[in-house]
Design a protein around this ligand. Structure first.
Ligand code: ZN
Ligand code: ZN
Length: 123
């Protein structure tokens, strides 16, 4: 399982609070809208920066599926952004559409619908 550790305190990604829409969850990761930027984000369930390559592939694939659900499957519909700006100590990645940086000030945030998958509801 790479270099991951059990959840640590004071890590927002370990906390995995359910406020926004959740697209997917399994033993390796979860995918939900990022609270900061409103883009789908995959988060490793262990705290660390170097999951096994197979787990990285798995997580990027699940994130891509969520990106298609959210933005469609057009060639330029979204891109995978693996830069970890705000929380560099915990592996995560975003699926960003072209308009994400302007959209986040306008679009209504999603909310947790009580489960994983299903209809994406906004506030
Ligand atoms: Zn963490
Ligand atoms: Zn974000």
């Amino acid at each position: 399982m790479g270099d991951g550790a059990a959840p640590v305190e004071d890590c927002e990604l370990c906390e995995a609070a359910r406020f926004t829409h959740w697209y997917y969850e399994d033993d390796v990761c979860w995918v939900a809208d990022c609270e900061a930027c409103d883009c789908p984000m995959v988060v490793w369930k262990l705290h660390g920066v170097a999951p096994d390559p197979a787990d990285v592939d798995h997580m990027v694939a699940r994130l891509s599926e969520a990106g298609v659900v959210r933005f469609g499957d057009g060639v330029d519909a979204f891109r995978i952004d693996r830069v970890m700006r705000q929380i560099p100590s915990h592996f995560h990645a975003h699926a960003r559409d072209r308009a994400w940086s302007s959209r986040r000030w306008e679009s209504r945030p999603s909310r947790y619908n009580g489960g994983v998958g299903g209809v994406r509801e906004t506030l």
